[in-house]
Design a protein around this ligand. Structure first.
Ligand code: ZN
Length: 809
């Protein structure tokens, strides 16, 4: 790396430039710091990867878990894997080398539960009264053991049957439950208790915009491929992806609702129109939900015919509210998944919304927060009713004008569903991304009709939850659907001093229905060591969890506070944490010295990245984009959050010869190290790949060599390189194979394809998207990492000092 060859900073996004803070205006105060000497998240990520790849993490308390960004296997020793409990992500994908989650059936009486706090039996309970009682680790209460669960104790007061009881050995287990209370936990009396596989209700907007943009045709084609398989662009044959045993219904809608009778008996789907959008009812019972294989002729015929049928439509409205109420009415009493495809702002029907006016005028005012709130109560009502009925709502949005995600998006965030955002939908560019999203949606582990509760031991108190759910009461979260990619974070407070000689305990229990209709409870248990020395609090801290939580907390404040305040609070939180460390653990060091606890080395740069993320960024981001990203950040896994905030940057022109190619003897591949997100480290003859989970961008330098272009893109001139390509060409060069292997690996890790852009240095306007992702630079109307660090560590002298508010002291 030659410092003098780096590129100039790529273009800023237009709009408000960063105006400076005390740190920037007092630049003369700042000693000259070499940016490469700043604490780097990449050093942490890469050394942790090296440490854990190929190693097993043993889950007993007292060990620092691997970072969320490392691929590791965990061995459950009675404490749940960090994959499940770093944030609560109870259905996180496991590594194929890991043991599956055990399923425990305790018979008719169900799993033993504490009489006092209703906590579930787990490895941290103690046995007393000769095995006739168990002492709850959460509340300390002793509960009688039922005769059919009784077992004698050995000399160590452990049950003799311990080795054969997964629920007494493993942190994460699934209990089979069949008792009535698990079907109808009060006040939810409606569920019937027969076996109900997860049913899907697909709703297609067939209004003018959906036809014009090609969104309807693309979505119908993609659903057909999911149901019956297809041939993809690269010639492979993806398997059908619809869950076995599940049934589906299809609705189309514009200013009325069109139901379809898909009975296997008839090869043609007959349509029944419901025009009353205010009193939505379901006009048929038989033939609404069908097995896709038994009704293949009718379904395939319908999905092929729909785009043709509405080709000449003049209706430019689509009543999303009515369509969701139709789904709700169809799935009520049994739960399921509504998947809606919408192209326009719903200006008619339930929850009809006025077109949005100039929202730019809201910025910086007290009304700024209204962008993040539904403008019509109906959306909140639909959302809450769906989640109480065990229904999740996911939405694919392919629009050309604002669609008000602040209003309609609450339905997916409250029900545990997901938003897929395709502004200015273009089938040529977006269809393969949409395909991978729908495939992930239908194939990832998804349970439904969920009730989640986190319990903690005495001395701790849960004060807040962040994520996608409906908070029905203070402690119970209703979640329509919950999948492997979603996580919930919990804010826990001390209610009194903890005893450092004892563990603190958490238990997350999710009552749910599996896709094939079994009612179960998944419990995740965590025992934690209590640290009474400040130094240990910092030493064992989990920065990834802290960053993820800070990001979620900031997103959740958008509905009540101005963005500028949220950004200030973030800086405050970060600097008071560092100040707490300085005062408690490093009091003897010089005030001007940079003091950061090892585990939080990268906290300042991640805090800066949160301030720069789309929802919080100063100006020039539409309300839809802000809301979409806020919802994503509130629900995604810790790993996805870390990789979203600090995108993964790779130099593709520098790959070692054996990188990202299978080792001839072991078949294993090693992947290249990441780079820091700053133009300071980039060179104009290079090709770089940046990826923030949502978007990946190939950046091609202006003095790139023709050979490199030829090897990777199949053209030898920057001017003839097509910036609109959506996939890398398959070329028989080493570089092409390496880069495609990297992309395949990432696809396997996240389960879907992000959107792809290609930008040429100083040539393509979208280069702004790229420069905005270089979070260490000054951009996004916010300072650079260098200024930020100086600001944080010197804030004390400059502005009278941050308070200890928000710090552990
Ligand atoms: Zn208890």
């Amino acid at each position: 790396m030659h410092a003098n060859r780096h590129i100039p900073q790529p273009p800023h996004s237009a709009g408000e430039p960063y105006k400076g803070t005390p740190a920037a205006s007092s630049l003369w105060l700042r000693p000259r710091i070499d940016p490469s000497q700043m604490p780097s998240p990449i050093d942490m990520i890469e050394s942790d990867k090296e440490k854990w790849e190929g190693n097993s993490f043993m889950t007993l308390p007292g060990n620092n878990p691997p970072l969320s960004t490392s691929d590791f296997t965990a061995f459950d020793q009675g404490n749940s894997s960090p994959k499940h409990v770093r944030c609560f992500q109870p259905f996180a994908d496991l590594d194929p080398r890991e043991e599956p989650i055990p399923v425990v059936d305790c018979g008719d009486s169900g799993p033993p539960r504490c009489k006092e706090c209703r906590g579930y039996i787990n490895p941290w309970c103690a046995w007393t009264a000769g095995g006739w009682k168990w002492k709850c680790n959460l509340c300390g209460h002793e509960t009688q053991v039922l005769p059919d669960y009784f077992c004698n104790l050995d000399a160590n007061l452990m049950r003799i049957d311990l080795p054969n009881r997964p629920e007494l050995n493993k942190g994460t287990v699934d209990f089979v439950v069949s008792g009535k209370e698990y079907w109808a936990p009060p006040p939810l009396p409606k569920m019937n208790s027969s076996l109900n596989p997860l049913n899907c209700f697909f709703a297609f907007d067939v209004s003018l915009e959906a036809i014009r943009s090609g969104f309807l045709k693309a979505t119908c084609d993609v659903l057909r491929d999911m149901l019956y398989g297809s041939t993809s662009l690269d010639g492979t044959l993806p398997e059908p992806s619809f869950p076995k045993d599940s049934q589906l219904a299809i609705l189309t809608y514009d200013t009325s609702l069109h139901f379809y009778d898909l009975s296997p008996a008839s090869s043609l789907a007959s349509m029944i129109v419901v025009s009353d959008l205010e009193e939505v009812f379901v006009p048929l019972r038989e033939g609404l939900f069908v097995d896709p294989w038994k009704s293949r002729t009718a379904i395939e015929g319908l999905l092929k015919a729909l785009p043709e049928r509405y080709l000449d439509t003049v209706i430019d409205n689509a009543a999303l509210g009515g369509a969701l109420l139709a789904g709700l009415a169809s799935l009520a009493g049994r739960g399921g998944h509504i998947i809606a495809f919408q192209s326009v702002l719903p200006v008619i029907g339930p929850g009809a919304l006025e077109p949005l006016h100039d929202q730019a005028s809201l910025y910086g005012t007290e009304k700024e927060r209204t962008m993040f709130l539904p403008r019509h109560q109906t959306w909140r009502d639909i959302a809450e009713e769906c989640s109480e009925e065990g229904i999740g709502v996911s939405m694919f949005l392919g629009m050309s004008k604002p669609i008000d995600i602040g209003s309609i998006g609450i339905v997916s965030s409250t029900t545990g569903g997901e938003l897929f955002f395709h502004p200015r939908f273009n089938p040529a560019r977006d269809q393969h991304v949409l395909t991978s999203q729908l495939r992930r949606l239908l194939t990832r582990t998804t349970v439904y009709n969920c009730l989640l509760r986190v319990r903690c031991s005495n001395g701790l108190r849960i004060s807040n939850y962040y994520g996608n759910f409906h908070e029905r009461s203070v402690s119970d979260l209703d979640i329509g659907i919950l999948d492997s990619d979603k996580a919930i974070s919990v804010h826990i407070e001390h209610s009194r001093k903890l005893d450092a000689r004892e563990y603190a305990f958490l238990q997350c229990a999710v009552l749910h229905t599996t896709p094939d209709g079994q009612r179960r409870v998944r419990t995740c248990n965590l025992a934690l060591e209590v640290a009474d020395l400040a130094a240990n609090v910092f030493r064992y801290a989990d920065m990834d969890a802290v960053v993820c939580h800070l990001a979620r907390e900031s997103m959740s404040k958008l509905t009540s506070r101005r963005m500028a305040h949220i950004r200030e609070e973030l800086t405050d939180r970060c600097s008071s944490l560092l100040l707490g460390y300085r005062r408690n653990c490093a009091a003897a060091t010089a005030v001007s010295q940079l003091i950061i606890p090892e585990a939080f080395r990268a906290l300042p740069v991640y805090t800066l990245a949160i301030m720069k993320c789309k929802p919080l960024k100063g100006r020039n981001v539409s309300a839809d984009v802000r809301n979409y990203h806020a919802q994503r950040i509130l629900s995604m896994s810790v790993r996805a959050t870390m990789q979203h905030l600090y995108p993964r940057l790779l130099a593709l022109h520098d790959l070692a010869d054996d990188t990202a190619l299978p080792d001839p003897t072991t078949g294993q591949m090693s992947f290249p190290s990441l780079m820091r997100d700053s133009h300071t480290y980039m060179e104009a003859h290079g090709v770089y790949l940046i990826d923030n989970e949502d978007l990946m961008i190939f950046w091609v330098g202006s003095s790139v060599s023709p050979q490199l272009l030829l090897d990777l893109f199949g053209v030898d001139d920057l001017l003839t390189l097509d910036p609109n390509i959506i996939q890398l060409p398959v070329l028989h060069t080493r570089l092409s194979a390496q880069v495609r292997n990297i992309l395949t690996h990432r696809h396997a890790q996240r389960g879907r394809t992000p959107k792809m852009l290609l930008v040429r240095q100083n040539m393509d306007g979208t280069e702004i998207e790229f420069s905005d992702m270089l979070v260490e630079d000054q951009n996004n109307a916010a300072m650079s990492y260098l200024d930020c660090e100086f600001h944080l560590t010197n804030g004390e002298q400059l502005s009278g000092g941050p308070s200890l508010r928000g710090s552990p002291w």
